[in-house]
Design a binder for this molecule. Sequence first.
Ligand code: CUA
Length: 166
Amino acid sequence: EFYIQFRAIHIDPLERKWIAVSLLVVGLLVSIIVIDAFFHGINPPGKVETVDSDSLHLNKEFAEDNLGVQVDGKGAIIIRMVAGRYSFFPKHIDVPSETPLTFRWVSMDVLHGVHIPMTNMSTMIVPGYVAEITTTFPKPGEYPMLCNEYCGLGHNHMWSNISVIA
Ligand code: CUA
């Protein structure tokens, strides 16, 4: 009886086609999510590099005395910083202008963001992952580095300073 009732509903053939198309699209999106979540693993976009946020003090790269500006064996400038409620460590760095700089950030606690006004530099710092950006400052000057992800009551006061030297 149900079958007879269902057949009795009149749906225009064109509309029927579009219903099929939209169901197909929904099915496709759901299967992409399912495949990503269970077969590929969900990760932040970009180069994925993990870190143990709970033991940064024991981590060679992000131990306190290894933070700040360093020149690696190939002459590249690497800046390592730790974000935590409510500061970036170190609080102040000096870097050269017109030189590629590779920033590497990790969080010691919650999700933070980093944004440098008047530049295109902005990224999330997700606990458990290394956030890396390479950029160049064209002009010398003082640049604030601000947190742009709400991380708690002190969020508004979370910043460091970059002096770009000619
Ligand atoms: Cu850190 Cu907002």
